[in-house]
Design a protein around this ligand. Sequence first.
Ligand code: SF4
Ligand code: SF4
Length: 442
Amino acid sequence: MLKQILFSLSFILTLAAFACSINRLAGFFRMTIPAFPIRDIGKRIRLTLSVAIGQTKIFRKPVLGLFHALVFWGFCIIIFGSIEMVLDGLSGSEKVLKILGPAYDVLMASGDIFALLVGVAIIIFLTRRLFFHIKRFEGDEMNSWSHKDATISLSFILILMISLITMNLGYVGLMSHTGGNIEGIYPIGILLFSMLHQLSAETFGLIYEVSWWLHILLIFLFANYLPYSKHFHVFMSIPNVFLSRLDPAGRLSNMESITREVKFMMNPEATPVPVPSDYQPERFGVKDAEDVTWKNYFDALSCTQCGRCTAVCPANITGRKLSPRKIMMDLRARMKEKGPLMVKHGRDFSDNRSLIRDYISEEEIWACTTCNACATECPVNIDHPSLIIDLRRYLVMEEASAPGELKAVFSNIENNGAPWQYSAEDRLLWTKDLEICENYPL
Ligand code: SF4
Ligand code: SF4
């Protein structure tokens, strides 16, 4: 009974703290603007199955990809055991999901094996991070907190896996010594028990109880650490893939207000759309955190900081000052800074800082070639180029700020209807001294 009360209290505390974090993020989302409509549900489900569940993008590097995929699949399986622990803790029962019969055996056996595999994968990841100089994990945006955050999260997961293995060992040992019925199958637990069978039933009981509490309390703690960590992608990555932009890579979205204006210019006879009395001139493009779409912010929260995007970015590779990973990290950091102030003082609040310039420089914004390599490579389907384009839109349309070469192109388009500096009538002047057959169809 005492165990039940203690567990229920810690569970309620965990849920309350988690709800506060989610409510805080929901407040930030309310500051963003609408994105594209979510249609093509069938296509989205197929994409989620292939990219998120099948981890297809991760397998472009087969060996490391396999370890990453093992961690992801392991989480998916192990979560059943965690749900059972919560149900057991609340109800004061033991192995409540055993009613699933043979499926329970499969789930427990897979969870036990995956705990070992995930543990090994995490040791490899930690070793790479701590003792090897991996270029993908470096960069101006990767400050000491980014590295510490990754190490803390990986350590959390490692202890979770160790406690799961020892919990299963304790359970198998206790049941074997006391003649109880072992519910589920635990291959790793049985293997370890065969090596440690000389320990007493009390010792196995102690191992089981300590591991049980350590495991579940760590899950509660980790769940509340995640919203403030890069590992929040544990929650965000699957929905982010489902909510992917489905347009062909590189297709620019039209700005509704501009499209309306252009259509009206092309057909002045058309009745103009009436302007509402409370109309506020809308911002062109993105200057700050409140100008981004909810999907841009969802992307920023889903970023795993893996650096795969930056590793394939031609601008970054050729030494330009651009890292697509930094663009996502900057948006998340800026929202973290301004979000609470906007929630408190309203969306129009200004702290005299902005995403552009205080976080992302013009040099970075114009270094992008819009090749879409970053979005193609990103394992959680983050769409960096559309945010970069919107940052450019702000600079050009609100500040008339662009590199000199582009300004010349803009004037040419305005004056000549083409990017070149010649008027349309003069375009074929270069042919006038050529000996061209009279009958040649020009
Ligand atoms: S679209 Fe821009 S940011 Fe992305 S890889 Fe290409 S150049 Fe880099
Ligand atoms: S944007 Fe995608 S590829 Fe880039 S660091 Fe984040 S998760 Fe990795």
